[in-house]
Ligand binder design. Structure first.
Ligand code: SF4
Length: 373
């Protein structure tokens, strides 16, 4: 199995979590509740944590939200990041209430003097910072110098802020360089990666609703992760934050940057050889696997030409045939099945797979898929 050779970065501690320094890529998301509504916000934080988020960011637009952090930090299962814009006093207030990390965009908090003071206070509290440079708030002189928002302009802006932080002796800084334009985002991260040792927070900002946002995120974040860049990720979607986590998990699993914990469905694209109405069949299998709790790999193929062979790595597979299909495990045919009973045969096989998994986990033995065959 190929694995990505990752850029070595400084380790930044965010509560008990480490970003960078060779630690696994940290998955994070952001709540969309009113932060001052502590019950709703805490529920969402817990849901995100249960889905695999190691860090959760909350918006801190006012003093009420900053004050709510005390209760949220106390009850949250994961460290919290306070998202601050415009008002540096809110960052100080969030630090006093236990935020493990402050995310600021120095472009809108009033310049380097305020960043300097924030670094000192974060150091006193043992908190980390994320300096987030965004295309939308890039300083005017840099926009003029570079003729617009370019990757080089984003990098120059970030380097200036990092220098300010470094002068205070503070190095617990994560950096993000975000634009909604994917090539600009990719280029900016590539440019800065060789110039500073800080961990990189990857994301494509304001990526849009589920489908287009998923594509932008997968290309932008996925490209950088595949090149070994990135220490923490947030997939930005105009959707339920849980969808962000699901997409981010998939990206990390596809790149082998996180152990696979979810089912994977392999299916052929269909063609003129297809022996069955494959698309509805695959949709039924996808539904069946949606909440399936084990990382099973299932293949559904439209004909025997490329059936078991193409899906050799699948734990379970079905292939349509002229009158009857094939049921296979790991590329080996187990039995033939009447064409109209393929779904039932797959369900039956999945039940057996579940029983094996459960007995293995009950016995404390390895849950390696090899034991299934
Ligand atoms: S598996 Fe068969 S039906 Fe599916 S795309 Fe390949 S050749 Fe076509």
């Amino acid at each position: 199995m190929n694995s990505v050779k990752r850029r070595r970065s400084l380790a930044v501690k965010v509560g008990p979590i480490t970003i960078g320094g060779g630690a696994p890529v940290v998955l994070q998301s952001m709540t969309n509740t009113r932060t001052s509504d502590t019950a709703a916000t805490l529920q969402q934080i817990c849901d995100l944590a249960a889905a695999g988020c190691k860090l959760v960011r909350v918006a801190v637009p006012d003093a009420g939200a900053a004050d709510a952090l005390g209760e949220l930090v106390r009850d949250s299962p994961v460290p919290l990041v306070a998202d601050i814009h415009f008002d540096i006093d809110l960052a100080y207030r969030a630090l006093e209430r236990g935020a493990a990390k402050i995310r600021i965009n120095p472009g809108n908090i009033g310049g380097t003097a305020k960043l300097d003071e924030l670094c000192r206070r974060a150091a006193d509290c043992g908190a980390a910072l994320r300096i987030g440079v965004n295309a939308g708030s890039l300083e005017r002189p840099l926009r003029q110098k570079y003729g617009g928002v370019t990757a080089a302009a984003l990098v120059e802006s970030a380097l200036g802020y990092l220098e300010t932080a470094a002068k205070t002796g503070f190095d617990q800084t994560v950096i993000s360089l975000k634009a909604s334009d994917v090539p600009t985002t990719i280029e900016a991260y590539r440019l800065i990666a060789g110039q500073v040792p800080h961990p990189l927070h990857l994301g494509v900002t304001a990526a849009g609703p589920l489908e287009s946002g998923l594509i932008k995120g997968a290309i932008g974040v996925g490209t950088l992760l595949a090149e070994g860049l990135g220490d923490t990720v947030r997939i930005s979607l105009t959707a339920d934050p849980l969808a962000e986590v699901r997409v981010a998990r998939h990206i990390l699993e596809i790149l082998h940057l996180r152990p696979r914990r979810e089912p994977e469905l392999i299916s052929c694209p269909t063609c003129g050889r297809c022996e069955v109405n494959l698309i509805p069949l695959v949709n039924r299998v996808a539904k069946l696997l949606h909440d399936y709790p084990h990382p099973v790999k299932v293949a559904v193929m439209g004909c025997a030409v490329n059936g078991p062979g193409e899906a050799r790595e699948a734990d379970i597979g079905i292939t349509a045939g002229r009158k009857q299909g094939l049921l296979f495990r790991r590329g080996e045919v187990v039995r033939t099945v009447p064409q109209d009973q393929l779904m039932e045969a797959l369900q039956e096989e999945l039940k057996q797979f579940t029983a094996v998994k459960q007995s293995l986990s009950g016995s404390g033995k390895s849950e390696e898929v090899e034991t299934w065959t």
